[in-house]
Design a protein around this ligand. Structure first.
Ligand code: GLY
Ligand code: MN
Length: 461
């Protein structure tokens, strides 16, 4: 955990963003895997982690905006727990680590909230992404679990987004530590990407590296020679010469700060002419987008800039045609780059997304597009110093999508379908880094992981 003052300060800032009522943060519970006593690995809720730090199941944190108290609700262990888990610090001792001096047994939470409801006080909470928490909330607020999200507090969501989006030096350090572990994961995967190896061997090895050096992976490892499927979690293919392998993987530490890095390498370690041509376009899009990152710039504009680089490169190869800017304005590039340029990264890989993407990535000024491609951009608004974002452009040849567009003759002025058809066996390429928006520009975080053609070929030799 960070020192107690960090958590006290975060809660103080949250108080200053809200006027009155009770702010309730339910920590996560254990969740059964295949029978009650066999649970998934425990993962604390990120908001609870941010404001209260403690990393155990069955805790609740409460900030009483009118009474001035911060409270942790939780149960001290009894002898039957001690037999299985060993002695544990008391809730009061744990709470002190988060700068909280008032604690109550968990059973008293219902009474505290119930009294608040009876008195007509506002109970601020955020939408939850877990069934267990939803049912718990519904019970506390005596409401239907299907309707409980209607009562979530937009003021609280906005306040949390405002605070958590801006990372301080301590947080950036934690993220960078996780990128440094991702360095080992990615360079190991690159060296293993040889013909005859099964994807699972590599995916399992790098997941082990995450666990051995940090915490678990920060999202299920994407490692595949079928990179045209954007989030491909199937690891059953045998690597063969001529394919490219996408590795999209990161890890998180005990504080839950995460990394999220993507590299794409040629199986066997040597780029073919065709692979190199497409790779250099994605790399240029990644570098140009990174250079454009600075405070005040809408991330949507940087997405468009990356899309334009992709359209320019594909036009030079004869895969696209016409004016690249016009092609992008017409959405023609989305045949090859259908997803968004990136997303915030922090305590969640898609930071804060548990409370709803639109609250995080859009505002009154910049609204989410409904167009294919742009609609998938998770974050469009203006950047601020302290934001940590991923920059992850890609080019993919998705046979099913190409077939639909070709049959509909979509964007015929910008797509050279005859040429596209010669790339159906290509797969996909994505290159992703994690960057910090600084006072006047950008810093790519962590130990640089090989990404130029030369660096990758050198490493894989
Ligand atoms: N790295 C997976 C994602 O950004 O969705
Ligand atoms: Mn990502």
């Amino acid at each position: 955990m960070f020192p107690p003052e960090i958590y006290s300060e975060r809660r103080k800032k949250l108080r200053s963003e809200l006027s009155s009522g009770i702010v309730l943060f339910l920590g996560n519970t254990d969740v059964a895997f295949n029978y009650p006593a066999n649970t998934y690995t425990f993962r604390q809720d990120s908001n609870f982690s941010y404001f209260f730090g403690l990393d155990h199941p069955d805790l609740a944190g409460l900030i009483d905006l009118d009474g001035g108290k911060d409270i942790i609700f939780g149960n001290d262990v009894d002898i039957s727990d001690i037999i299985w888990m060993g002695q544990q610090p008391s809730i009061a001792e744990q709470a002190a680590k988060a700068g909280v001096t008032v604690t109550f047994p968990l059973i008293e939470l219902a009474e505290y909230i119930g009294m608040g409801v009876t008195k007509g006080r506002r109970i601020h909470f955020v939408p939850t992404y877990r069934a267990e928490t939803r049912v718990q909330l519904a019970g506390l607020l005596a409401n239907d679990h299907l309707k409980i999200h209607d009562q979530a507090s937009p003021e609280l969501i906005r306040a949390i987004v405002k605070l958590r989006m801006v990372k301080d030096d301590l947080e950036v350090k934690e993220i960078e530590k996780m990128i440094d572990v991702a360095y080992i994961m990615h360079t190991t995967a690159m060296k293993m990407a040889m013909p005859g190896v099964v994807e699972q061997k590599i995916a399992g090895t790098i997941e082990g590296i995450a666990l051995a050096n940090a915490g678990p992976v920060s999202f299920p490892v994407i490692l595949t020679v079928n990179g045209q499927t954007l989030h491909n979690h199937h690891h059953g293919n045998v690597l063969s010469e001529g394919r490219m392998m996408v590795i999209d993987a990161g890890c998180e530490n005990d504080l839950h700060y995460a990394s999220d890095i993507t590299r794409t390498v040629p199986v066997g370690g040597k780029f073919s002419q065709r692979q190199r041509e497409i790779y250099e376009i994605v790399l240029k899009a990644n570098m140009e987008a990174t250079k454009a990152v600075k405070p005040g710039v809408p991330f949507k504009d940087i997405h468009i800039l990356a899309a334009t680089e992709i359209a320019k490169g594909l036009t030079a190869l004869g895969i696209m045609k016409g004016d690249p800017k016009e092609a992008v304005a017409n959405g023609a590039h989305t045949l090859f780059f259908p997803h968004g340029l990136g997303h915030p990264l922090g305590l969640d890989v898609h930071d804060l997304e548990g409370m709803g993407e639109t609250f995080v990535g859009y505002d009154d000024e910049i609204k989410r597009s409904k167009e294919f491609g742009l609609a998938f951009l998770r974050f469009g608004r203006k950047l601020q110093p302290g934001f940590v974002m991923t920059i992850e452009p890609g080019i993919y040849f998705i046979p099913e999508l190409i077939e639909i567009w070709k049959n509909e003759n979509k964007n015929p002025g910008f797509i050279n379908y005859d040429k596209v058809m010669t790339y159906l066996d290509f797969g996909g390429i994505r290159i992703e880094d994690d960057v910090l928006v600084t006072a006047d520009g950008v810093r790519v975080l962590g130990r640089p992981i090989p990404k130029t053609v030369k660096e990758i070929e050198e490493l894989m030799k």
